[in-house]
Design a protein around this ligand. Sequence first.
Ligand SMILES: [Zn+2]
Length: 81
Amino acid sequence: MDEEKKVSRQRRYQLRHKVVGLCIICPKQATNNTYCLLHYKKNQECIKLRHKQRLRKDSEFRKFTNEYQTQRRIRKQLSEL
Ligand SMILES: [Zn+2]
């Protein structure tokens, strides 16, 4: 296997920029290790959004399991009658 080909062109671009202290998305100077200020903010928003979506999914899942357990309890009570 050719080691060079396993890494995508985009990934190589990102690594090269990271090494020389540039934003991994654009050719600007990075303010933290990986991103320039603009892309750092964008990235933070992305993370927040993902976190929110996960929270919503979690609560839906909880609701679903709660309903399921309630139904099971009712069925059990009915069968014991
Ligand atoms: Zn940038």
